[in-house]
Design a protein around this ligand. Structure first.
Ligand code: NDP
Length: 352
């Protein structure tokens, strides 16, 4: 495969290629005519990323191994191969619920990974025109004192001090890594510009290469758990996040982050609407009645209230041209993808 001359639209390095969001970004980029090099933590994961792509997409997809984004110079090998990159999309960052050491498990890969890739682009990839980074609504929302309406001007309040509470490891990692990215641009004034995608809680079809339900991305867990009957007796509170977005909209946001010239230098709050656990259950019940015996009862209370914060996503609509997917469609398609992976999940005996 020759990447040296690029493709009609260019060559993109996508970090964290095995991930849920990255898998959809890769599909979007390939469908739009880009060539993609995905980073993977091992050759095995890299091979799976390429092999699970549809044949039409596969010929424009390859991988490079980046074992740990927290390591010093982790990305240098990606940029010292004979590939001329035009864009970088950096998604790799830990997002899971298993916090052992907040600094080692979350802060280091998030912050060092972000500054590390920017440094490597600056040093080795002068052809890169733009870097898009997947931040999060976690870098926008202030649960200690909610704004009435959130938009891109809002910043979460987290500082290093906050990781003393391990439950805050993820939100601190996303806030500080995004701040580090903007500070890098301010200080280094590189030839490339930066776009940041602050997506909120993301649902949507699981990636084709998912080995098992256990390996599923954290934000789809609640839908999986509902299908497994784990919320039948006791539906947990939806808080703290009441906003969702479909992963295909998140992927389009990244695609447009690199293709829309005016996007440069901006952060975008990518949010499709409000949700609650009850609203998800209602959508599952409507489209997949066979799960009735596993779901919370129809009259279970909805913890969504008028007091829940709201959002303004007009910048993403205007600049990136996004049209957001409804919760109902997102849930319906997520369940369909889970059924593709585990057709027996609706079977009461086997599923629980
Ligand atoms: P996944 O867990 O599916 O993907 C995370 C990716 O990052 C995986 O490819 C993982 O590799 C890689 N990764 C994690 N740590 C390291 C490391 N130390 N070195 C190298 N690679 C690493 O999560 P999502 O797809 O959900 O998340 C992707 C991005 O989107 C993250 O930045 C996350 O913060 C952000 N985001 C996610 C939201 C959501 O609701 N899902 C909402 C807002 C933002 P491996 O699989 O090999 O461990």
């Amino acid at each position: 495969m020759n990447y040296s001359n690029g493709a009609a639209k260019g060559v993109v390095l996508v970090t964290g290629g095995s991930g849920f969001i990255a898998s959809h970004i890769i599909d979007s980029l390939l469908d739009d005519g880009f060539k993609v090099v995905a980073t993977a933590r091992s050759n095995e994961k890299g091979r799976i990323i390429v092999e699970s792509a549809t044949p039409a997409r596969r010929s424009n997809l390859s991988y490079v191994v980046v074992r740990d984004v927290a390591e010093e110079n982790a990305f240098d090998t990606a940029f010292t191969q004979e590939i001329t990159f035009d864009y970088v999309v950096h998604t790799a960052s830990p997002y899971h619920l298993n916090v052992q050491d907040p600094v080692e498990d979350f802060l280091d890969p998030a912050i060092k990974g972000t500054t590390g890739i920017l440094k490597s682009v600056l040093t080795y990839a002068p052809t890169v025109k733009r870097v898009a980074i997947t931040s999060s609504s976690a870098a926008i929302i202030n649960p200690l004192n909610h704004a009435k309406v959130y938009d891109e001007t809002c910043w979460a309040p987290w500082t290093l001090e906050d990781v003393k509470d391990p439950n805050k490891a993820y939100v601190v990692s996303k806030t500080l890594s995004e701040k580090a990215a903007w500070a890098f641009i301010e200080t280094e004034k590189p030839n490339f510009d930066l776009v940041v995608i602050n997506c909120t809680y993301t649902f949507g079809p699981v990636q084709r290469n998912l080995p098992s339900l256990e390996g599923m991305n954290a934000s789809n867990h609640r839908i999986r758990d509902m299908l497994q009957g784990k919320m039948k007796e006791d539906m947990p509170s939806t808080a703290p996040v009441f906003t969702f977005v479909d992963v295909r909209d998140v992927a389009r946001a990244h695609l447009r982050a690199i293709t829309v010239p005016e996007a440069g230098g901006n952060r975008f709050y990518i949010v499709g609407g409000h949700f609650s656990n009850k609203r998800i259950v209602d959508s599952i019940r409507k489209w997949y009645p066979k799960f009735e015996g596993l779901l919370p009862p129809e009259n279970a209370p909805d913890d969504f209230s008028d007091g829940v914060y709201t959002f303004n996503n007009s910048k993403s609509v205007k600049v990136l041209g996004l049209e957001y997917t409804s919760l109902e469609k997102s849930v319906k398609d997520t369940v369909e993808s889970i059924l593709d992976l585990r057709p027996d999940i609706g079977n009461l005996k086997k599923a629980i």
